[in-house]
Write a protein of this length. Structure first.
Length: 210
């Protein structure tokens, strides 16, 4: 038993020493939020706008696979006026897959500073109508892709397209009650955001670009 434990500790130690790149990053961005369903057709507005914000920390296990924990806020507003709608805030956890190692052979076509991340996961949110006191909890699934451009070994610029699915909603994105019997509905929206990634660590490179 002790021999197996010793071998395991040696293996973990070797693996950690073998990582010659940074693995942590902090990311922050914002942009457009636009519902695809979950609002009443009587409104001329689709409750979209530049009212989505998120911030998070990502950890790459290696140059391919990582995990990210983030918080987000979005507001759905009837323009003009801004008095009708809803707002949400919450968090999620997602798995990330870095396509960069797969496309490294075509650097001469796309440039060595470009990369793409795929992601998907689950989270929870609080939501309420604008001006209302009713707050509900929502289960949330999301997925998307994130093109990146490396500015330096410490900073990159990203854009992101994500599709979001909200489950167990009592209130629509327009703030109205979905059903007089409080039956749950599903909502769907997408976000297009832009932001910055800051790479942390003592090594010269990050796993995204290794």
């Amino acid at each position: 038993m002790m021999r197996k434990l010793f071998y395991f500790i040696c293996f973990v130690g070797y693996f950690l020493q073998a990582q010659t790149y940074n693995q942590f990053s902090i990311e922050a961005g914002g942009g457009l939020v636009a519902p695809l369903r979950g609002f009443d057709d009587q409104f001329k507005s689709n409750f979209s706008g530049l009212r989505h914000f998120d911030v998070g920390m990502r950890y790459m296990f290696n140059e391919y696979i990582g995990i990210k924990v983030s918080g987000n806020y979005q507001k759905f507003v009837n323009d003009p006026g801004g008095a009708i709608g809803s707002e949400q805030y919450g968090g999620n956890i997602q798995m990330y897959y870095n396509l960069r190692p797969m496309i490294s052979n075509i650097d001469r076509f796309i440039g060595e500073n470009f990369g793409v991340l795929l992601h998907g996961g689950v989270g929870g949110k609080f939501a309420k109508p604008i001006g209302g006191l009713q707050t509900e909890r929502i289960l949330h699934f999301l997925g998307g892709f994130t093109p990146q451009y490396k500015v330096s070994e410490r900073i990159s610029i990203y854009s992101d397209f994500s599709l979001h699915l909200d489950l167990m909603q009592n209130y629509r994105y327009d703030g109205g009650l979905a059903s007089p019997t409080f039956a749950y509905q599903k909502g769907m929206y997408y976000t297009i955001s832009f932001g910055l990634t800051f790479y942390l660590g003592r090594e010269s490179y990050h796993a995204d670009w290794y």
